[in-house]
Ligand binder design. Structure first.
Ligand code: PGA
Length: 252
């Protein structure tokens, strides 16, 4: 049985004081719910504050980051390393989000280095893949997603790949209010599982968690969660309000 996983990607939103309020308010509403991994991925500068709040109130949420560099230290101005994330008890890290690919030139090769580095530092990578609207319209969704999965997982060994979470996020659905249909998302998720079973084997592919992301809301989460190959959601907009995030967790 794959455990459900809901991850909130706050993107470049909220200051440390707002982060602290959001985490406490969300926790008040979801305490006692188990069977789902709840992850919050604040901006780097909020991570120390969120860590404190999680510890102080014994909050059972995982702390995630939205990105990291693959090196442990060095001359990489403006970057954050896996060692720094570990210092604050970060356990998850989003890698290769489409906004990083689009605005910061992240390639599949960079994504692969980061995935390998995250795994070697005992961090759970949430590796994002997904097609643009043009790629979908041109009928290339499958090729694009398959290539991203294969390149992102290049040289990731079978014994550790089970820890990877794959987030299928069609770019056109992100932040637009136009989510994919649950059926379309399921089709791609099942394709991803096929690719995983080709690269590794069927047992391994059945253990890897796949999320859907892109305009997930309290209104549509149940449709996604009822799909056989979708194990959770990567949520942007609906994760920065305690009420909607708590509802998503509850429904999941
Ligand atoms: P959204 O963002 O939920 O606001 O569409 C999802 C994401 O970018 O991870």
């Amino acid at each position: 049985m794959r455990k459900k996983i809901i991850a909130g990607n706050w993107k470049m939103n909220l200051t440390p004081d707002q982060a602290s309020t959001l985490v406490r308010e969300t926790w008040e509403e979801i305490q006692g719910i188990d069977g789902v991994d709840v992850v919050v991925c604040p901006p780097f500068i909020c991570i120390p504050t969120v860590r404190e709040i999680l510890d102080e109130y014994s909050i059972n949420m995982h702390l995630g980051a939205q990105n990291m560099h693959w090196e442990e230290s060095g001359a990489y101005t403006g970057e954050i390393s896996p060692v720094m994330l570990k210092f604050y008890g970060v356990s998850h890290v989003i890698i290769g989000h489409s906004e990083r690919r689009q605005y910061f030139g992240e390639t599949d090769q960079a994504v692969n280095r980061k995935v390998l580095s995250a795994l070697s530092h005992d961090l759970t990578p949430i590796m994002c893949v997904g097609e643009s609207l043009k790629e979908r319209d041109d009928g290339h969704t499958k090729d694009v997603v398959v290539a991203q999965v294969k390149r992102g997982l290049f040289e990731v060994m079978k014994d550790v790949v089970r820890r990877v979470v794959i987030a299928y996020e069609p770019i056109w659905a992100i932040g637009t209010g136009k989510a994919a249909s649950a059926e379309d998302a399921q089709e791609v998720a099942s394709l991803i599982r096929e690719v995983l079973s080709e690269i590794y084997d069927e047992d391994t592919s059945r253990e890897i968690r796949i999320q859907y992301g892109g305009s997930v809301s309290p209104e549509n989460i149940s449709d996604f969660m009822s799909m056989p190959d979708i194990d959770g959601a990567l949520v942007g907009g609906a994760s920065i309000k305690s009420e909607s995030y708590a509802t998503l967790v509850r429904l999941a």
